[in-house]
Design a protein around this ligand. Structure first.
Ligand code: SF4
Ligand code: SF4
Length: 292
């Protein structure tokens, strides 16, 4: 007789065992980021793609980009090693939806093998509206959308360009297009029952005064929590010399926004190939051996 398949958790059970959405789960539940998404459709001034994606880590650093088949193998290996693995996430090193084919192929393969594992995706939101149906189809229950501004004149200072439908947009046009897709996408996700977190990078002198408005806007669209993060200046990026935000300034902003919407206080700004508990990254155990 085949082994009984594991019970499929409800969305609220998945949230309770997701280490990013439930702080209490971060000491016990492991997550696996599969680095299968190298390309991006956006150019954030704090990013330098050869180093990776500041949206969800320091950032998105990965030793190697995996094919969907290699990612599936890594999942099988990590699940064998870590019985406490609860979440598979796609978090770069570029944008999950700018690599939609690889993202959905990977998730389809894993879903066929394991109906119980929780799927989480992070995205800048530019391509969200056209992919919410795919996310539902493969069983994504949790998503993170990075939204740094809800005013195109502020967004224009954060993004260099946005590639959409075969055209490259710049300036306020790019920021307005991005914003429209982020808001429509977030609304569609929450309407589909997908639990959403919004990441916002706190950029001194650019969006610091504006973040409460971002938090209010995403709350009204159904986001469950926001994760206001420090900028990690990347050498060679346009924001390399941006003033740093202190821990106190960051905490003050989170506290100010807490009455509006639940805040995340325990983000570790993980790598795109992170493995294990949030506070105990084991990705080194799974990296390909490099021979110099
Ligand atoms: Fe970089 Fe991520 Fe922004 Fe793309 S969305 S430019 S990978 S930080
Ligand atoms: Fe969770 Fe933050 Fe790490 Fe993403 S970057 S997996 S939200 S702790």
């Amino acid at each position: 007789r085949p082994a009984p398949s594991p019970a499929v958790p409800s969305v609220s059970e998945r949230t309770a065992s997701h280490p990013c959405f439930t702080c209490g789960a971060c000491a016990t539940s492991a997550r696996l980021h599969l680095p299968i998404a190298p390309m991006c459709n956006l150019s954030c001034n704090y990013c330098l793609r050869k180093y990776d994606c500041p949206n969800e880590s320091r950032p998105g650093v990965t030793t190697a980009v995996l094919s969907p088949e290699q990612a599936f193998e890594r999942f099988i290996q990590v699940r064998r090693d870590m019985p406490n693995l609860t979440v598979v996430g796609i978090a770069g090193p570029g944008d999950s939806l700018a690599n939609a084919e690889a993202t959905f192929r990977t998730l389809e393969m894993i879903r066929a093998e394991d109906p119980a594992i929780t799927f989480c995706m992070s995205t800048n939101g530019l391509a969200l509206p056209e992919h919410v149906e795919d996310m539902k189809r493969v069983g994504v229950s949790h998503a993170t959308v990075t939204i740094n501004a809800v005013d195109p004149s502020i967004g224009a200072r954060i993004y260099r360009y946005a590639d959409f439908g075969g055209t490259r947009y710049t300036g306020e046009t790019a920021a307005a297009l991005l914003l429209a897709n982020q808001l429509a996408g977030l609304r569609a996700l929450t309407a589909a029952g997908i639990v959403c977190k919004v990441n916002t990078v706190l950029l001194k002198g650019i969006n610091d005064h504006h973040i409460p408005k971002v938090v209010e806007t995403v709350r009204d669209l159904g986001a469950e929590l926001t994760n206001i993060m420090q900028l990690i200046p990347v050498k060679g990026s346009a924001f390399e010399h941006m003033p740093l935000v202190s821990n106190k300034e960051l905490m003050d902003m989170r506290k100010r926004c807490e009455p509006t919407l639940r805040q995340m206080y325990h983000c570790k700004q993980c790598r795109a190939d992170a493995v294990g508990l949030l506070a105990d990254d084991r990705s080194i155990d799974y990296r390909p051996i490099k021979i110099d």
